[in-house]
Design a protein around this ligand. Structure first.
Ligand code: ATR
Length: 301
């Protein structure tokens, strides 16, 4: 099938979208439709707010209507993976899918582009990181993607500190054996002395919790009194606000910082590559344009 772009949607326009609950603040329609236009692809990308109780029907309906694919976001990623006939290695490992493909034979393929998104974003931010140790704050779905990506990038040790320690322990138990011997995972209580020790042994700290996200912008995921080392790289997956308190304090401590915008962009590009079975190379200027577009959308909210 040809996806060559026409001016307006026509009978060949492919349907794509994101399913979440809530989804009203999603930047994905703006981001994906901009990418589709730039790549001259004849497709439209929509946002669908679907309650968990109707998720299965919604996915079946999308398949019946001949949608090309869907992104899936909170709170549906695990359920999406369960509904798939076939999963990518990463979606199987994470037991969560953020990208669905409705195939002509009626089957559903599920992938998870979040680890790729984090990997590409980190390579963009700190291409020099090699043989490194990292501390990840959080043990939810986002943290799992980050831990997998860090292992794929060759991290030696990854410490995982979470408010609910049992979730960090479960993460280590589930992902640890699948990552092989090169990366060792360790769970930690989220307290000042344990986190300080992990910080002191790490070159990278990642916030994969939702702490500090708007509107709760005065919160920080770091326990009180923890000092960051100026040589370290600090990433917050949050992009609203663009600079969280955690990133602001890391910058004040002399660290290099990055927010979650590039991860958002690269996971979106990876979804598009899966749907259209094509490789997309983002030129640096276009990446900057996308960041400016998203930043503008965030500031006008
Ligand atoms: P996601 O899929 O985005 O990762 P999630 O699975 O709900 O979402 O995970 C949210 C993460 O933020 C968890 O690590 C959560 O900690 P708990 O496992 O203890 O719930 C963390 N988080 C959310 N609110 C927090 C808070 N006020 N203090 C500390 N951690 C918090």
């Amino acid at each position: 099938m040809s996806f060559a772009r026409k001016q307006l949607p026509d009978a060949h326009t492919a349907t794509l979208g994101v399913v979440g609950h809530p989804v009203g603040h999603s930047l994905s329609p703006l981001l994906q439709n901009t990418l589709l236009r730039k790549l001259s692809l004849n497709a439209c990308y929509h946002a669908f707010d679907v309650e968990p109780a109707r998720f299965r029907d919604a996915i079946r309906g999308a398949a019946s209507l001949g949608f090309l694919g869907l992104n899936v976001t909170v709170p549906h990623k695990q359920r999406a993976a369960e509904l798939c006939d076939l999963l990518s290695d990463e979606a199987r490992l994470l037991r969560a899918a953020n990208t669905l493909v409705f195939r002509p034979d009626g089957s559903i393929f599920g992938a998870n582009t979040d680890p790729f998104g984090f990997r590409r974003a980190l390579q963009e931010f700190r291409p020099d990181l090699r043989d490194f140790n990292a501390l990840v704050l959080g043990a939810g779905g986002a943290a799992r993607s980050v831990v997998l990506a860090l292992s794929q990038l060759g991290s030696r040790n990854v410490w995982i500190a979470n408010r609910t320690r049992s979730r960090a322990q479960a993460l280590v138990q589930e992902l640890g054996p699948a990552l092989g011997e090169a990366t060792a995972l360790h769970d930690l209580p989220l307290d000042s002395s344990n986190v300080q020790r992990a910080v002191d042994a790490s070159q990278l700290v990642v916030n994969a919790t939702s702490v500090g996200m708007a509107p709760d912008v005065d919160a920080t995921p770091l326990p009180p009194g923890v000092r960051l080392n100026p040589a370290m790289a600090v990433v917050d997956l949050i992009y609203n606000p663009l600079e969280t308190r955690f990133l602001r304090e890391a910058k004040e401590a002399g660290c290099e910082i990055d927010n979650g915008l590039n991860m958002l962009i690269f996971q979106a590009v990876a979804s598009l590559e899966i749907w259209f079975e094509t490789e997309v190379n983002l030129e640096p200027n276009f990446l900057t344009e996308l960041r400016t577009l998203l930043t503008g959308a965030l500031s006008s909210e």
